[in-house]
Design a protein around this ligand. Structure first.
Ligand code: ZN
Length: 548
């Protein structure tokens, strides 16, 4: 007689479709959901290796994290603790324009600066000398050969393409350069990449005009991939940026995902309904647009982003040189004190106590990790701008900032929209791993439980079934993953078993490396990675291929 691997009995099942929860027993065999039985239907347990009594617990498909930057951290953190302990079973990597490939030798230097700036190389533990991959496929084959706790669905970064082909040139691509970018993108898509991402506030991505993005999106459309975009503005020019993204999707026909949708800086507070109306109108016109979001009112990025565009456009090293040049420094001070109207100033309407800094490595600065710009300035006995310049130069620009620049009502309004998915915008790390001592955004650890605890259970912003849909079936559909994202016979057994009464995110801005509570079991391809709230060390994750 055949032995089933596992039965999860007596759970409340939320299947991912958004339909109401129902009681059921789930049979798992050979990494797949073998059967779904009405509760109590399974009488004999003798033909099953393991039975979990899940009375009082909720079972749902594993969460698909639509927006991550785990490309490099998974090499160091194969256990993916910060993600899998949230219930994440699949990570979409390569967002905001940055992916580890395609990589043609000449572009490596520029590329590494971009990725370091996105916060992914972490003190350059992966120096280019040891890089020996040229495509995403070779990169992730190497990674999954040693194992990963989560499945990986990679995107191709537009800035990766551009820096490989054009370096940091602030020009539009000539026909040869355009052809090479298209060729490299196409090769990745042929090998199973899920689409293209752009990061249009970061250089060199920001140098691209709409035409370039349309042409590349056209290639993505040919392969039925997705185009995700960290838009050109999320603050003062948010509406123009949404128009640009929608126009790229309309012209190319590509399936669009707006990354981490938000209303940033006080000038845009309260405008979430207007942005969503724009998205609804586009959807009515037939544009295939979705978005992802994370449940925090602060964002996190490289400190370089705080400076005026003209000063920062050649990267951190050049920015340090700008601050050391008396004339240019004067101009930076002038622009930051009296921001020109055309600048999308991230500090518009905000005070320095809304900015937390991290990433300090110089001994005299270490104690500044996690402090606000206001307290750092007080510590140094300088005014905030002078203090900012001083620490930026001392740390060679290698600092991150967390900026409290959103209001919670917008976050909740956006969460209620049915086209929205969830993305942590964070990396797989762990509290005792190489990143454990470095302050990170709490979204790395808390995104999915925070939605369920704070916004579903406590504030009742959306139903549990709708929230689960945003984390499972909707992203699977967007990605074209036919065998994941639902509790349905034959689907891959990526599953989360949690206690809805106890689930909570514990990661805080001043103490981010904290795992959530209430997640009892997480299965990836039928294997328990989390069992009784502990990591089993199993690494059953797969590199997923588009259209598989
Ligand atoms: Zn981004």
């Amino acid at each position: 007689m055949h032995m089933n691997e596992l039965i999860i009995k007596n759970s409340t099942v939320i299947d991912g479709t958004g339909t109401p929860a129902f009681p059921a027993d789930i049979v798992i065999d050979n990494g797949r959901i073998a059967d779904i039985c009405h509760a109590q239907e399974i009488k004999t347990d003798t033909d099953t290796k393991k039975i979990i009594d899940a009375k009082g617990l909720t079972l749902c498909p594993g969460f698909i994290d639509m927006h991550t930057h785990s490309d490099f951290t998974l090499l160091l953190e194969a256990r993916a603790e910060s993600k899998v302990r949230q219930g994440v079973t699949t990570e979409v990597t390569g967002n905001c324009g940055g992916s580890p490939a395609p990589m043609i030798t000449s572009g490596r230097r520029d590329f590494m600066e971009y990725m370091t700036h996105l916060g992914q190389l972490y003190n350059q533990e992966q120096p280019p000398e040891i890089w020996n991959w040229d495509t995403l496929d070779t990169f992730f084959t190497q990674l999954t050969a040693t194992g990963s706790a989560v499945n990986i669905a990679p995107l191709v970064g537009h800035s990766t393409l551009r820096s490989n082909v054009m370096g940091y040139k602030n020009t539009i691509p000539n026909p040869d350069e355009m052809a090479l970018m298209k060729h490299l993108l196409e090769r990745e898509l042929e090998q199973g990449a899920f689409g293209l991402s752009s990061g249009l506030i970061y250089h060199p991505g920001a140098f691209a005009e709409k035409e370039e993005l349309e042409q590349l999106a056209g290639i993505v459309k040919k392969y039925n991939g997705i185009y995700t975009t960290h838009m050109r503005s999320e603050g003062r020019f948010l509406f123009d940026a949404v128009d640009e993204a929608l126009s790229v999707a309309e012209k190319s026909g590509v399936s669009l995902e707006i990354s981490h949708l938000k209303c940033e800086t006080p000038v845009q507070w309260g405008k979430a309904p207007l942005i969503l109306e724009k998205i609804d109108q586009a959807r009515k016109k037939g544009i295939n647009v979705n978005f992802d979001q994370y449940p925090y009112t602060a964002y996190g990025t490289g400190l370089l982003e705080i400076f005026p565009v003209w000063a920062k456009e050649n990267g951190s090293a050049e920015m340090t040189a700008v601050l050391n040049d008396p004339e240019k420094r004067k101009r930076v001070i002038h622009d930051m004190e009296h921001p020109p109207l055309e600048w999308d100033n991230p500090m518009e309407g905000l005070s320095w106590d809304k900015v937390l800094l991290s990433g300090f490595t110089q001994p005299e600065n270490i104690s500044f990790n996690g402090l606000t710009m206001t307290s750092i300035a007080e510590n140094l006995n300088l005014d905030p701008l002078k203090a900012l310049f001083q620490v930026f130069c001392m740390e060679k620009g290698d600092l991150n900032m967390i900026v409290f620049s959103m209001c919670e009502q917008d976050l909740m309004t956006i969460l209620q929209h049915p086209a929205g998915m969830i993305g942590s915008d964070g990396c797989s790390v762990s509290s005792d791993g190489p990143m454990g001592g470095i302050p990170v955004h709490p979204r790395f650890y808390g995104t999915f439980p925070r939605i369920l605890a704070r916004y579903v259970r406590d504030k009742k912003v959306i139903s549990l079934e709708q929230a689960i849909r945003k984390m499972t079936a909707l992203p699977a559909e967007k990605l074209g993953l036919k065998n994941r994202g639902l509790i349905k016979k034959g689907m891959a057994a990526d599953l989360v078993l949690f206690d809805f009464e106890k689930i909570a995110d514990k990661a805080a801005f001043d103490n981010p490396h904290q795992y959530p509570t209430g997640i009892e079991y997480v299965f990836v391809n039928g294997k328990a990675v989390i069992q009784n709230r502990e990591h089993t060390g199993k690494l059953p994750g797969l590199q997923l291929l588009r259209g598989e």
